[in-house]
Design a protein around this ligand. Structure first.
Ligand SMILES: CC(C)(COP(=O)(O)OP(=O)(O)OC[C@H]1O[C@@H](n2cnc3c(N)ncnc32)[C@H](O)[C@@H]1OP(=O)(O)O)[C@@H](O)C(=O)NCCC(=O)NCCS
Length: 203
């Protein structure tokens, strides 16, 4: 039987190869092929890439940046619990993408969906909570890119439903800007840790 494929997440550097990266969304591909070096060099974003262990080819990635939001743009259920500053610090998931060909290949090899998007989003949430303990950030935000008509013609789907599945909600001021509180993410991670520690019972 073939060995399972080991995946790896690491910070992007210029030894990574994204020349053939294809998520199906042009803007997501252009970023990792052409814009990432400048973004990272200027500390505009932190970029984490998904590779196969021992390889440099980029199979998926996400980017995170610091951002702030106007207090007045936040929903009441959030502002109730926050101090009333004009601006609220947040972490923006600017880009997230999975290579469609690698996803297909892995699915064929492992005979089950690889859930690469979920894996990347989960890691981005862990990174957001960890960073927020040293540089405050109350919310995680996603500006959800709408695939162009050309992307859609090539099979791309609107990713809004992907984020809402993991608890992100739209801001009234901008329905394509989704948020999740860092407090909620941290609580979910605590619950997941506790669950992982509970031993299986044999009945
Ligand atoms: C969006 C994207 C990252 C999702 O990655 P993925 O590996 O296909 O997603 P996963 O297999 O981990 O899916 C996890 C769950 O989300 C669902 N899902 C995935 N894409 C979805 C979409 N576009 N709309 C609704 N649900 C979606 C899956 O069906 C799965 O749910 P299930 O457990 O009920 O089966 C990927 O499709 C992609 O790279 N798209 C192009 C780039 C893009 O649009 N990025 C986001 C821009 S902000």
């Amino acid at each position: 039987m073939a060995e399972p494929i080991s995946l790896n997440l690491e910070l992007w550097n210029d030894s990574h190869d994204s020349t053939k990266f294809n998520s199906g969304v042009h803007a997501i591909d252009k970023y990792i092929k052409e814009q990432v070096a400048r973004e990272v060099r200027n500390a505009m974003s932190g970029v984490v890439v998904l590779t196969v262990k021992g390889q440099r080819v980029v199979r998926g990635y996400y980017s995170l940046s610091a951002i702030s939001l106007d207090f007045q743009d936040l929903p009441n259920k959030l502002t109730k619990t926050l101090p009333r500053y004009p601006q609220i610090p947040a972490t923006l998931l600017g880009r997230l993408g999975v290579d469609v060909n690698f996803k297909k290949y892995l699915e064929e090899q492992e005979k089950e969906p690889p859930y690469l998007g979920e894996y990347l989003l989960n890691d981005a949430q862990v990174a957001t909570v960890r960073a927020a303990t040293s540089v405050g950030s109350a919310l995680m935000l996603v500006d959800v890119l709408e695939p162009t008509s050309e992307d859609k013609a090539n099979g791309a789907r609107d990713p809004i439903g992907f984020y809402t599945k993991y608890g992100f909600q739209a801001l009234h001021a901008n329905p394509r800007r989704l948020y999740k509180s860092v407090r909620t993410i941290a609580q979910e991670q605590e619950i997941a840790k506790k669950k992982a520690k509970v031993p299986e019972t044999s009945e």
